[in-house]
Design a protein around this ligand. Structure first.
Ligand code: SF4
Length: 222
């Protein structure tokens, strides 16, 4: 993991805000590329998107939502059938179970409505903080830092967190980024990780964040 130059908390906050400003310029319309019509559909597509691509999920969900138009319909789905239907997104057994269990929880405890707060969302079976933050930010317009694989990797390379655990990275980023910008920061950093700071071969020479990134300096031998 890269070592950020020794910085005070204030200096790190200032650097994080300059990173945010550049990311917003680079990706002015950043938002999730997953397609959904309401908070419940977003819950389902987010479960399906784990370890998959948005493109793959967007191919599966139109047919799925025609067949299962509500939490009630998913709650009654046969696991083996749903597994087949979501097979192409990977981890299909786990995802089918998570969808059915979360839908049953919604029916039993929330009248079939997706709740709009972190505690209630994470009380649903199969829903962790990442999924909850996606729903809060993209369905309800509330601030949320989404630590997916791109945000995790980029935060470490940018020296904004030394943690590996997504929940701890989320706390580190919450301290550095103003609350109102949490969602923008997540969405832009996801795209930065997807297209520039890629897992295998980060494109440092053409990266807008080069002068703010300790990994770039390490790569340059500085
Ligand atoms: S300079 Fe390189 S390592 Fe740093 S954010 Fe850009 S692409 Fe990633």
């Amino acid at each position: 993991m890269p070592k950020a130059p020794s910085e005070t908390e204030k200096q790190m906050q200032s650097r994080a805000r300059r990173i945010l400003a550049k990311l917003k310029k680079e990706f002015p319309d950043a938002r999730t590329e997953l397609e959904f019509a309401d908070p419940f559909q977003l819950l389902i597509v987010t479960i399906l998107a784990a370890q998959s691509t948005d493109v793959t999920v967007n191919k599966v969900t139109p047919g799925l939502f025609r067949k299962y138009p509500s939490p009630e319909a998913f709650a009654r789905a046969r696991p083996a059938t749903l597994e087949r239907e979501v097979h192409s997104t990977g981890f299909f057994r786990m995802k089918a179970r998570a969808i059915i269990e979360a839908s049953r929880d919604l029916m039993e405890r929330f009248d079939g409505e997706v709740p709009a707060d972190m505690d209630s969302l994470t009380s649903l079976r199969g829903v962790g903080r990442k999924t909850a933050n996606v729903i809060l930010s993209s369905a309800f317009g509330r601030p949320g830092i989404i630590v997916d694989t791109h945000v995790r990797r980029c935060s470490q390379r940018l020296g904004l967190s030394r943690n590996k655990d997504p929940d701890k990275i989320e706390i580190d980023l919450q301290r550095l980024i103003p609350r109102k910008d949490w969602s923008d920061f997540s969405h832009t950093l996801v795209l930065h990780g997807r297209y520039v700071c890629t897992a295998r071969k980060p494109r440092c020479p053409e990266c807008q964040l080069q002068d703010l990134c300790p990994t770039s300096r390490e790569n340059a031998g500085a």
